[in-house]
Design a protein around this ligand. Structure first.
Ligand SMILES: O=C(O)CCC(=O)C(=O)O
Length: 267
């Protein structure tokens, strides 16, 4: 279980960050304009015409590591927000997924902030939470999906803490600490699959490894995923919308996963 803390208890959140321990800020985003207004219809009216790319899988799992080629595993397609959202209410609602891999909302690199202008409206409705130190903010992404999507077990290779805001719909998630690296069955360094931060385990069809930290995010919840922790998600709502905010830890964290990532980046 992941502990649920109140949004008012900033000291409790700071403690979780300091200890690299996940938590949910229960209802921390309930009063955000995004949580109160985002639906397929409302968002389509504002950004429906926007041209985007989305991930596309022949199953409900993203990436689909069972696909016959790397090209199929990481396939994307050109679409519009409106067409993507329409697919969520069609016969195969879990085939498509929008994430920031295809287009970020905000990035800070070398002290320079870049905002993808057509997404500024998302940031207006879901601003960077003030528990995040602004001088260490790294990236903000948006996520849109239909019911049934599963994102496979992985760690974020940017080395950042992550606050993931559930703004519409619900998601079940399971987290594992960096110390569980040996049980995570990651694609091997030097192997054919370049997704070195991802697990080969197919948790859509196999039991999740034991000793995971599990929770279900309800609309308005904020999940803190400490840097280098493994996570997998199951999308439970008919329409799921999230924004997530990454920031650099105050001091670099040394653990088996950060060491693995350093090896990847130097080989
Ligand atoms: O929402 C999901 O399916 C995945 C979220 C995730 O991987 C993240 O916040 O880093």
């Amino acid at each position: 279980m992941i502990s649920r803390i109140s949004a008012a208890d900033r000291a409790a959140f700071a403690g979780h960050v300091a200890r690299d321990e996940p938590c949910v800020i229960a209802g921390g985003a309930v009063e955000w304009p995004a949580t109160m207004t985002w639906s397929i219809a409302a968002l389509a009216e504002r950004i429906g015409d926007l041209a985007i790319r989305c991930k596309v899988s022949s199953t409900s799992t993203h990436p689909n590591f069972g696909a016959p080629s790397l090209k199929d595993m990481f396939a994307t397609e050109a679409t519009t927000v409106r067409a993507l959202f329409a697919s969520f209410t069609g016969p195969e609602p879990a085939r498509r997924l929008f994430t920031g891999d295809e287009q970020f909302v905000l990035r800070v690199r070398d002290g320079v902030t870049a905002i993808h202008e057509p997404f500024r409206t998302l940031l207006d409705d879901a601003p960077v939470p003030d528990v995040i130190p602004r001088d260490r903010l790294y990236t903000v992404w948006a996520w849109f999906s239909g019911r049934g999507v599963h994102t496979g077990l992985h760690y974020d290779n940017n080395g950042c803490h992550n606050l993931n805001a559930q703004l519409a719909g619900r998601k079940r998630c399971v987290l594992y600490p960096p110390a569980a690296l040996a049980e995570m069955e990651l694609f091997p360094i030097g192997g054919a699959n370049p997704a070195l931060n991802c697990s080969r385990l197919d948790l859509a069809n196999e039991p999740v490894p034991p000793d995971g930290f599990e929770t279900t995010l309800e609309t308005g919840d904020l999940l803190f995923i400490p840097a280098w922790w493994f996570h997998a998600f199951w999308h439970l709502g008919d329409f799921n919308a999230n924004m997530n905010y990454w920031w650099k830890p105050e001091v670099a964290i040394a653990n088996p996963v950060s060491e693995r990532q350093a090896t990847i980046e130097t080989t």
